[in-house]
Design a protein. Structure first.
Length: 215
């Protein structure tokens, strides 16, 4: 079967290789934005992770005329009404570093007893028109009193995962992938990818990719 191209709406090499490894047994050709010339960017201004993931996937699919996959994720803290949420990457400002975001979060929670929090991830797959497929993952934990660990990125040093009694930044890659929000969403995607292939083929045939009928 001739592979179907799937463009990741990112230039991140790590994410690209991760997905290639995950979907290695399927007739899919994984590309990312680095494989194409300059394309416009899309503003992540949605009110939910799903809004942003679907918007990025649909925009990339329309611009390139190819199926696209995008993800959006972030941290939700109960005592802060779900913040930083969709603004997780820019909680301390538009160009904030991970350290600055963590520092602001810990300051906001300095005298707060309820430190319950959750990481969420949404993965969306879209073609140039119509509905998108959505996969979600969630991981429950709490916010530590101070950063710990040197692995990971983002809020990993302050996100404490009770079952393993460590922050995400204290977990190795395999440990984190087994329990993380992104790992859960990717496993769900993998488990249903036979159905995703069928869905993509049907949508692309409607779009005029007749060669798929003979591949």
């Amino acid at each position: 079967m001739r592979p179907i191209p799937l463009v990741l709406a990112t230039k991140n090499k790590g994410k690209t290789e991760e997905l290639r490894a995950l979907l290695n047994d399927f007739p899919i050709e994984i590309k990312n934005l680095s494989d194409f010339g300059p394309i416009p960017t899309t503003e992540e201004d949605g009110e939910t992770f799903e809004n942003n993931a679907v918007k990025k996937a649909r925009f990339t699919a329309k611009v390139l005329g190819l199926p696209a996959l995008a993800d959006d994720s972030g941290l939700m803290v109960e005592a802060l009404g779900g913040a930083p949420g969709v603004r997780s990457a820019r909680y301390a400002g538009e160009n904030a570093t991970d350290s600055e975001n963590n520092a602001k979060l810990l300051l906001e929670l300095e005298n707060v007893e309820n430190r319950l929090a959750a990481f969420a991830c949404v993965i969306a797959i879209a073609v140039p028109w119509g509905p998108a497929l959505v996969y979600e993952g969630r991981c429950e934990g709490s916010i530590a009193r101070k950063p710990a660990g040197a692995q990971g990125f983002g809020y990993d040093p302050v996100f404490y995962y009770p079952p393993l009694q460590k922050t995400f930044a204290q977990l190795d890659t395999q440990e984190k992938n087994r329990v993380s929000h992104r790992g859960q969403a990717l496993r769900d995607l993998h488990d249903e990818f036979d159905k995703v292939i069928i869905w993509l083929r049907q949508r692309l045939l409607e779009y005029g990719w007749e060669w798929l009928e003979h591949s």
